[in-house]
Design a protein around this ligand. Structure first.
Ligand code: ADP
Ligand code: MG
Length: 266
């Protein structure tokens, strides 16, 4: 896996690739050299114990966090980062802003604007960040709300919605940006159990459309059924990676087997 970025052009189209990705907070190194690439259309579930670096990894991929070292490529473009002795620095902020809109993130706690209706939540970034026309964005937003089963609630405020409805609205908001990659950070962890299914159904539909998705989740059945590949993170490193059936079949990686046994007991 060491030449992720260099090799990628000779294979299926790479959606995102990192090479030697490291991230430290002070003296605490959270990501300790991650090499990884996802092809266009892949659905990758990222599993691992709390504190293993899953969120930090996703946040580095869409540059919510700046890596401390390593290289990052989004489709055909390498993010231009410059080494300084304190870590990496962004060379071209415009490039970063542009690439960030291609990688949309869905958060555990939805992160909807509380003072805006659902429709306004969806329209905010496309109109003000992407500078698209309001009319076009409105049509697109309404179509996306219909897709996630939220068309009737477009005028509601987040506080008037269930967690499942808020998360479906947040997914629609990510889609309106027309991202090329969707990142999900524990999208169902904040939901009451009876609301998890409606969100997973939307995500299954997106996966079956061939969207590129990276999903941090503790929903093991979902990860096994929907993913093209599983990454298992442990203490800031990829401790195991492979096809879901291989990994969940057991016997490939002892640490992974121990990790998932905790879920099957519960
Ligand atoms: P996970 O999502 O797998 O639970 P995180 O990526 O959130 O793990 O965190 C990994 C480690 O990095 C944890 O020890 C956490 O305390 C630390 N960490 C995460 N974000 C920060 C931050 N902004 N400042 C300092 N430490 C952080
Ligand atoms: Mg996390």
């Amino acid at each position: 896996m060491s030449n992720t970025i260099a090799d990628a052009s000779s294979k299926a189209k790479t959606a995102v690739a990192v090479d030697g990705l490291r991230k430290s907070y002070g003296i605490h190194e959270v990501l300790k050299g991650v090499d990884f690439s996802a092809c266009d259309g892949e659905v990758i579930s990222i599993l691992g114990a709390s504190g293993s670096g899953k969120s930090t990894f996703l946040r580095c991929l869409n540059l919510l966090e700046l890596p401390s070292a390593g290289r990052l490529r989004i489709f055909d473009e390498e993010v231009r980062l410059k080494s300084t002795h304190g870590g990496l620095r962004i060379v071209d902020q415009k490039q970063v802003d542009r690439l960030r809109t291609q990688v949309s993130m869905v958060f555990q706690n939805f992160n909807l604007w509380q003072h805006m209706t659902v429709l306004d939540n969806l329209m905010e970034a496309p109109v003000h960040v992407q500078h698209r026309s309001r009319a076009e964005v409105r049509d697109e937003a309404e179509a996306m709300l219909e897709r996630v089963g939220m068309k009737e609630r477009s005028k509601a405020y987040p506080a008037q919605l269930s967690g499942g409805q808020q998360q479906r609205a947040a997914i629609a908001r990510a889609l309106v940006m027309k991202p090329r990659v969707l990142l999900f950070d524990e999208p169902t962890s904040a939901l009451d159990p009876e609301l998890v299914g409606e969100v997973l159904k939307v995500m299954r539909d997106l996966a079956s459309e061939g969207r590129t998705m990276l999903i941090v989740t503790h929903e093991m059945g979902f990860a096994r059924d929907v993913s093209t590949r599983i990454l298992f993170l442990e203490q800031g490193r990829i401790a195991a990676a492979g096809a879901p059936l291989d990994l969940f079949g057991g016997g490939l990686n002892q640490r992974f087997d121990q990790f998932i046994s905790r879920f099957s007991q519960g």
